[in-house]
Design a protein around this ligand. Structure first.
Ligand code: H2U
Ligand code: ZN
Length: 347
């Protein structure tokens, strides 16, 4: 038997946050590519779009008029997926037909009045204001709800309906599937090792460097060892910060510049506004002790080879387990080699 090489041989990697495996097939990257590689034409967007329901002064679907906001703007989602109402669960339902009735609420956060800018194109102090809003919202909603999910769904490929820079916040009085898996794993690791899983992981990656995309005094961005999406990444703080509100002002400003650099690299990879789902995870609300948590952001971008060629989660992946060809180390290296000057500024 020859020794396994993780850059050449098929192998599985374990995600310690979820307890799930991902199949890596690095030998397949050597196969010829016969698909199309075209770059997507970028739409020229106006600074203000009178048909946009997020632009300042415009009317939303429910008839409300947005204020003439100058920085950020938060409103209750007019089509909230969750409602802040309680319902009585019908008794004696069949155990195979279980239901629950979560209480919650949904908000939308506009990052900027400018319709034509994306997060990495904002100034650092504008991104800092977005971070403050995230932290304030989490702080407020954690008083009432167990889980507050801040997420940005960016790009038509991700099903985002509007290019106006915005994110969503959903608060729910239960811990949903993904954070629940992390919650269990982080807690078990803390109990077994008397140490924090993500702090240990951050230190390990910082030392190794092979999966690091960028790093500064307060933050680290890596393509995680167990990444599923081709250019997936994880943003980790270097201090034991449990959730967004705990970030101090130096860390917030540092994060703003850090996110600008990181997201600019993503855009420069295929000269496009790189689509993704980005979301923050941190200690749950209510009376949980959250010491086993470390605040982090997951970035899940679907693109694989160009602005138009995406990875599909189909076949073996939906039927068995996720699989990737490009290794996390190769993905990190590609992101590391890119410029931090946004491609739109160059042209
Ligand atoms: P996405 O484009 O990221 O899906 O989100 C836009 C959100 O904005 C979506 O959840 C809400 C939708 O419900 N929305 C309003 O609250 N008011 C509107 O007038 C249109 C869209
Ligand atoms: Zn707009």
């Amino acid at each position: 038997m020859s020794p396994l090489s993780i850059s050449d041989h098929p192998h599985r990697r374990l995600n310690p946050l979820t307890g799930e495996w991902v199949l890596n097939s690095p030998h397949r990257t050597k196969r010829p590519w016969q698909g199309k590689e075209e770059s997507a034409a970028l739409a020229e967007l106006p600074r203000y779009d009178r048909d946009c329901y997020l632009c300042p002064g415009n009317k939303r679907a429910n008839g409300e008029i947005n204020p003439d906001y100058r920085n950020t703007f938060v409103f209750e989602n007019d089509f909230s997926a969750l409602l802040d109402e309680s319902y009585e669960i019908p008794q004696n339902s069949h155990p195979l037909l279980r239901i629950a009735a979560p209480r919650g609420l949904c908000r939308v956060v506009c990052f900027s009045p400018r319709h034509d800018l994306t997060l990495p194109e904002l100034e650092t102090d504008e991104i800092r204001q977005v971070i403050d809003i995230w932290a304030d919202q989490v702080e407020e909603l954690k008083q009432q709800f167990q889980w507050v999910q801040v997420f940005e769904n960016k790009g038509a490929l991700m099903g985002c309906s509007n290019p106006h820079p915005h994110c969503q916040i959903w608060a729910i009085d239960t811990i949903p599937n993904e954070p629940a898996k992390e919650h269990r794993s982080l807690k078990a690791y803390q109990q077994q090792n008397n140490s924090n899983l993500l702090i240990d992981y951050q230190r390990l990656e910082s030392e190794k460097g092979e999966r690091t995309i960028i790093e500064n005094e307060h933050w680290l961005a890596v393509v995680p060892f167990w990444a599923i999406w081709p250019f997936e990444s994880l943003i980790l703080p270097k201090r034991h910060v449990r959730d967004l509100p705990e970030l101090n002002s130096v860390e917030r400003l540092s994060l703003a510049g850090f996110m600008k650099r990181l997201l600019t690299r993503y855009d420069n990879l295929f000269n496009t506004h790189f689509p993704y789902s980005l979301g923050w995870h941190g200690a749950p609300g209510m009376d949980e002790n959250g010491d086993h948590w470390l605040l982090h952001a997951h970035i899940y971008p679907p693109l694989l080879r160009s602005a138009t060629i995406r990875k599909f989660m189909v076949g073996f992946e939906t039927m068995a387990e996720p699989q990737r060809d490009l290794t996390p180390e190769q993905a990190a290296e590609r992101l590391r080699l890119l410029s931090e000057i946004h491609f739109k500024q160059k042209t």
